[in-house]
Ligand binder design. Structure first.
Ligand SMILES: [Zn+2]
Ligand SMILES: [Zn+2]
Ligand SMILES: [Zn+2]
Length: 251
């Protein structure tokens, strides 16, 4: 099964406008180093995780239908592209009810409600749901967002785990770590060089999480322009992977 990391960056993307750090300078020169805002696509079930503000560009590249949309939390970089989905009449949205409130609001403001058969499925944290594929929405600490969470998805006997944006507190959350253990694929936050409590994972803590989860494959994403260069990150997290935009992962 193929999983595509559509966007590997954070809210500002790389290059961040007006920034002249090494990553931003390289990204302006070489498109390979650009990082659009975070998003994932699962072709098998036509599912999108987080409609990034770069969704129009992502759709242009993958040219695929979207039927299911999972939203980790209502930060701009994870939900801002929602109105781009208006080219699809039938979509099912999944997330915490507070996240879905923001999604509905965007639909109301920018898309309209009459002709679009968009359905919303609020998920409580820390329980399983069966939609033909199994879904579990686990809570993470990502302040000031009250309702931020990651997903476990069982698709065709494969266990996919996406942390979304998470603080390092996830390492001390024994129940969640136990639940996500043994994944076929872990996609984890690795925003910064060093963790920011209650906000994001740094490189060392991201690797610690990967070790605790023991997934068959681990890919780090949501990478800030101020982080190490792509090659340095690859070296530091070996044998785990560092996402670029449109990285395909076979599991
Ligand atoms: Zn984010
Ligand atoms: Zn920069
Ligand atoms: Zn966030």
């Amino acid at each position: 099964m193929d999983i595509i990391i559509l966007g590997s960056g954070v809210y500002s993307g790389t290059p961040k406008p007006l920034c002249s750090c090494e990553n931003c300078l390289r990204a302006r020169k070489f498109p390979l180093y650009r990082r659009t805002r975070f998003s994932i696509y699962i072709p098998e079930i036509k599912a999108l995780i987080d409609p990034s503000p770069d969704l129009h560009y992502h759709l242009g590249r993958i040219n695929e239908r979207i039927e299911h949309v999972f939203i980790t939390h209502a930060h701009f970089d994870h939900i801002g592209g929602l109105p781009e989905l208006q080219i699809f009449r039938h979509i099912k949205f999944y997330g915490h009810h507070k996240t879905l409130e923001a999604a509905r609001d965007l639909q109301k403001r920018f898309v309209g409600e009459s002709r679009w058969n968009w359905e919303y499925f609020p998920l409580e944290f820390n329980r399983w749901y069966d939609f033909g594929f199994m879904v579990y929405h686990f809570k993470v600490v990502h302040e000031p967002v009250e309702a931020a969470g990651g997903f476990i998805l069982w698709v065709k006997n494969k266990k996919l785990v996406i942390t979304g944006d998470t603080g390092p507190e996830i390492l001390d959350d024994a129940i969640t770590v136990e639940k996500i253990k043994g994944a076929d694929l872990l996609v984890a936050d690795m925003t910064h060089k060093h963790s920011i409590p209650k906000a994001h994972l740094g490189v060392d803590d991201a690797v610690k999480l990967a070790r605790a989860v023991g997934a068959k494959k681990t890919v780090f994403a949501h990478i800030n322009h101020t982080n190490y260069t792509h090659e340095e990150l690859e070296e530091r997290v070996k044998p785990h992977l560092v996402a670029r935009d449109f990285t395909h992962i076979l599991i």
